[in-house]
Design a protein around this ligand. Structure first.
Ligand code: DC
Length: 227
């Protein structure tokens, strides 16, 4: 069966990356986490003392020095920034805020989108992000827009934090989810929106396994169609 290109977009906390990663491993696809790339640019700025909002030109001048690679180290997805493992570092709160700030810079998007297109050139990828179906892979054979209600996404994030032993406040998490939605959906460059030809999958009332099942079924069906 010919492998296809799959674009998964949607708001923060909809479960895109866990679903995409699991579906990729079940079907033997390469998983590409584009959010990790925006997060890596943010970490570069933070570590080099660049104020993202105030020193945009300085960051733009450095873009050529930023080398991001997504690797699979024995089944574990790792992220390297200039050959340093930043897999954990990019998940911190300052990296999340920074990623949202670098994502509005057109030059940053241009660099990352062109690298993402190159990574997907040979197909067989499941790529997740905000603009995959609309601008990175507009010709993807399957586009999925994965979403869930704000309350459900906040609840999932809250439970994840509690499981990891992190102290957290539900109301604060819900505010953060709303804020990130607003940032992602209202920014001028490549705002988050469902591509016209994307399948809408609202996971509010679905278990994780049900979502993975629905996504893998859709991929298998498309593979059969494009045979
Ligand atoms: O999916 P994530 O939370 O790791 O994404 C981090 C930030 O990067 C988020 O604010 C949205 C932005 N992003 C983007 O603008 N385009 C993408 N393709 C992926 C992420």
């Amino acid at each position: 069966m010919k492998k296809i290109s799959v674009a998964i977009d949607g708001p923060a906390g909809a479960g895109k990356s866990s679903v995409a990663k699991t579906a990729a491993s079940v079907l033997g696809y390469v998983y590409i986490d584009t959010g990790a790339m925006y997060r890596s640019v943010a970490v570069y700025a933070i570590e080099n003392g660049i104020d993202i909002a105030g020193e945009r030109q300085r960051l733009i001048k450095c873009l050529g020095d930023i080398d991001i690679s997504l690797r699979n180290d024995g089944g574990r997805q790792t992220v390297y920034l200039n050959d340093v493992d930043v897999t954990e570092r990019i998940r911190t709160a300052d990296a999340s805020m920074g990623a949202s700030a670098v994502a509005v810079i057109p030059e940053v998007r241009e660099k990352l989108v062109s690298e993402q297109k190159a990574m997907a050139r040979d197909g067989g990828v499941i790529m997740d992000g905000r603009d995959i179906g609309t601008s990175v892979l507009p010709g993807a054979e399957l586009k999925i827009y994965l979403t869930a209600s704000v309350a459900e996404r906040a609840k999932r994030r809250y439970n994840e934090n509690i499981e990891r032993g992190m102290e957290c406040d539900y109301d604060e998490i819900e505010r953060d989810v709303r804020k990130r939605d607003e940032n992602d959906m209202t920014r001028e460059v490549s705002p988050l929106r469902k591509a016209d030809d994307a399948v809408l999958l609202d996971t509010s009332d679905m278990t994780f396994d049900e979502v993975v099942g629905a996504v893998t079924d859709m991929i298998r069906e498309r593979e059969a169609d494009v045979l």
